[in-house]
Design a protein around this ligand. Structure first.
Ligand code: NAP
Length: 264
């Protein structure tokens, strides 16, 4: 199993890029797949799947935002010899009734081969690579989460847990809740960005604030989903699985700022 390449889907994205880099760094052969990856893989084009799957027994399986994991993909993967799925899901999937990711979890659980599910909290990288980057640059984030605290987690720590699950034994049949070391409210996270960068980012956090800026259907759906979230307390998953403590949000900001984040 060790000599075969490990397939990484979403290999140009926030987590996949880091999973692939960690695997390569540890000496594993990696097949980086996505529409713009080394190997072309497109969820909407089944013709691209067989090339990605050929000769592979382990996969980092992630579905891009809004897309489901296609049951045919899991079927084709197992038929092609897949022995292990490490699936990126989300913390709070059940509470938020995230049917897309709950269905993906069910697919790998029912695949008949080894599986591990990762349920990470909100990514730190949302602020510099993802959804919140435009808001940070514009100086105001609107999100109907009020003062709820979330255990923001660095994508590097998610990748480290994913690599352990892909390359070590003992993670089969487990759901790993992957978090950072502390729970912060969004205003606290934004204040950390301000302290390091000097960028001022206001926060408006009521459902009505959100309704004012997001199309009605989507707004109601997300307000309901996030309303079901509790404060996200930290877990010990990263330390337990990787042997080192997860990154603090402050250190993520320092590192991102040092790499040129939010400078236009
Ligand atoms: N952000 C959070 O706080 C958070 C928290 C928990 C869970 N999640 C989950 O994490 C997932 C997103 O992961 P991420 O942040 O690592 O990804 P990401 O940075 O959003 O990148 C998406 C990746 O998917 C690829 N992709 C997009 N459309 C594709 C298509 N049609 N076919 C094949 N590949 C495609 C993209 O590459 P190409 O453009 O090259 O195709 C890219 O590599 C989502 O399912 C989300 O629900 C996110």
């Amino acid at each position: 199993m060790a000599d075969r390449p490990i397939l990484v889907l979403g290999a140009t994205g926030s987590t996949g890029r880091r999973v692939a880099a960690r695997l390569s760094g540890a000496g594993h052969a990696v097949r980086r797949a996505s529409r713009r990856g080394d190997v072309r893989f497109d969820w909407s084009d089944r013709g691209t799947w067989s090339g990605a799957l050929a000769g592979v027994e382990r996969v980092y399986l992630m579905a891009p935002h809004e897309l489901p994991v296609d049951p045919d993909f899991v079927h084709d993967a197992v038929a092609a010899g897949m022995r292990r799925f490490v699936l990126l899901s989300t913390r709070g999937a059940a509470e938020m009734r995230d049917e897309r990711l709950l269905a993906a979890e069910q697919l790998v659980r029912g695949s008949g081969v080894d599986w591990t599910v990762l349920r990470p909290d909100w990514f730190d990288q949302n602020f510099d690579e993802g959804f919140f980057r435009p808001a940070v640059l514009a100086g105001e984030l609107v999100l109907p989460l009020g003062d709820k605290r979330q255990a923001f987690v660095d994508a590097d720590d998610i990748a480290a847990v994913a690599v352990a699950a892909l390359t070590e034994d003992g993670h089969e049949g487990l759901v790993h809740e992957v978090t950072g070391p502390e729970a912060l409210s969004f205003p606290q996270a934004l204040a950390a960005i301000t302290r390091v960068t000097g960028l001022r980012v206001g926060f408006r956090g009521t459902p009505d604030d959100y309704r004012a800026v997001v199309p009605a259907d989507l707004a109601e759906q997300q307000i309901e989903a996030w309303d079901a979230l509790d404060d996200g307390e930290p877990t010990d998953t990263v330390a337990r699985v990787t042997g080192r403590e997860p990154k603090h949000f402050h250190d993520y900001v320092v590192q991102a700022w040092g790499s040129g984040a939010w400078r236009g």
